[in-house]
Design a protein around this ligand. Structure first.
Ligand SMILES: Cc1cc2nc3c(=O)[nH]c(=O)nc-3n(C[C@H](O)[C@H](O)[C@H](O)COP(=O)(O)OP(=O)(O)OC[C@H]3O[C@@H](n4cnc5c(N)ncnc54)[C@H](O)[C@@H]3O)c2cc1C
Length: 402
């Protein structure tokens, strides 16, 4: 593997966009380059296996996250949203499983909404490299969180006990804290930070077909205690929406980074084939695919940046933008890589190869953090919603489950 892979991601993909993304030159580009250089060094030390059953991968991924923390590069909380998006593009360029390598991830929910005691307890640990998981999805369907059945009852000592089943949970065995969504005793959707060592948590790992870097599967909660300090402040549905408005652009950028890496590998192979005389000239169909894929990936990234900046500014349409730009950007990455794969022939199809892994990881991202038809539909419904008194579309937000 090229030892300067992430640094190239900045030069090839981000530098040309720099005047557009950062016209005032305010972004800390040297920090982004330092991140890329450090990632290259860390991946050389902790190579992430690409085969289909990579249980050992999470050790390498955790080691990379911890080393990034030690070198001061994990923490994106003091950076603008643009930086966090570009940092995740660079991570994805190395490996889409690095989707949790910078920032607080789902721990941002704790940093923004937890009690002071819970923030003091968890945030420094997350910034030192520990991981937060999120437990929203249930067997009835993740696209309908309003139908959550996991529920708390009030115990004799006044604390809550939560019981229920969460499905398809990533970071199942690696997270040190889960942000769990459940019904409070009064019936409202609520969220709480739950210590992963709670004895009432039971796990059933399932091997995923993609994003296999972290353990994944069922998380059962059996009378898990929730103390008042564990409960996040605010309505659960609003917390979920605000969080994913910020989180989805990061995931989209990670996916597009992975697709950009495939683009560069495929174009390098095509160029090599031509220069070494393997083919007299490149076919027009291949050239069309390459040209279209580049446009797809660049516009996907611009969409993710736009969504991240709307979320950062608190724009009322930020949730809608992040939802559709996640679906659109990852659909584009998925299509571009589907079209690019055959251009390198069977050499790209080996199970332990990076290209096949990128395809598998993108396949997983069609579901993780929101299944796409559901995201497009929710946005379409908002665009066409009418008020009782006005024939014009309503600009406000509708429930995720609508
Ligand atoms: C790799 C991976 C990692 C994940 N990590 C996590 C995690 O860490 N935490 C977490 O909480 N979840 C996680 N998920 C779950 C993910 O969020 C869900 O897969 C996603 O929200 C969709 O939910 P679902 O799979 O239950 O599908 P469903 O919600 O059942 O949707 C499946 C299909 O049914 C459609 N549908 C929904 N309602 C109707 C209806 N009324 N009529 C007809 N069709 C309908 C949907 O539009 C969709 O096409 C992960 C998933 C994957 C694949």
């Amino acid at each position: 593997m090229n030892p300067n892979i992430s640094v190239e991601a900045i030069g090839i993909w981000l530098e040309p966009l720099r005047p557009l993304l950062d016209p005032g030159n305010h972004l800390d580009w040297p920090r982004l380059t330092a991140l890329a250089e450090t990632l290259d060094e860390l991946i050389a030390i902790h190579p992430i296996a690409t085969g289909p059953y990579g249980h050992e991968r999470s050790d390498q991924l955790r080691a990379i996250r911890i080393e990034l923390a030690r070198s001061g590069l994990l923490d994106t909380t003091q950076q603008p949203a643009l930086f966090a998006v570009l940092a995740q593009f660079v991570c994805g360029y190395c490996d889409i499983d690095l989707r949790d390598s910078t920032g607080l991830g789902h721990g941002a929910l704790i940093a923004h909404h937890a009690s002071p005691a819970a923030r003091r307890h968890w945030v420094p640990r997350l910034l030192d490299g520990e991981l937060a998981g999120i437990a929203v999805t249930e067997p009835h369907g993740g696209s309908n969180p309003a139908a959550t059945t996991t529920a708390a009852v009030t115990a004799k000592d006044g604390s809550w006990r939560v019981t229920g089943r969460k499905a398809w949970i990533s970071r199942l065995t690696e997270a040190t804290v889960f942000v769990v969504f459940f019904r409070a005793p009064d019936g409202h959707l609520a969220a709480a930070a739950v210590d992963a060592t709670e004895p009432g948590l039971h796990r059933q790992p399932i091997t995923p077909a993609g994003l296999a870097g972290w353990a994944w599967g069922i998380l059962d909660l059996d009378q898990v205690p929730i103390r008042p300090d564990d409960v996040l402040r605010g309505d659960g549905m609003a917390l979920l929406r605000n969080h994913f408005a910020r989180y989805r652009p990061l995931i989209t950028a990670t996916a597009l980074g992975g697709a950009a890496a495939m683009f560069d590998a495929v174009t390098a192979a095509l160029t090599d084939r031509q220069t070494t005389g393997g083919v007299a000239r490149l076919r027009d169909t291949a050239l069309v695919t390459v040209g279209r894929a580049h446009a797809q990936l660049v516009t996907g990234l611009l969409g993710a940046v736009a969504a991240a900046q709307l979320a950062e500014s608190g724009h009322p349409h930020a949730e809608r933008w992040s939802a559709v730009m996640k679906a659109h950007g990852i659909d584009l990455a998925d299509r571009a890589t589907t079209d690019l794969m055959p251009l390198v022939g069977a050499a790209g199809f080996r199970a332990d190869g990076q290209l096949v892994k990128i395809r598998r990881d993108l396949g997983a991202l069609l579901y993780a953090d929101g299944v796409h038809d559901s995201l497009y539909r929710a946005a379409g419904k908002q665009h066409t919603a009418l008020t009782a008194s006005s024939p014009h579309p309503v600009s406000g937000l509708l429930p995720v489950s609508a």
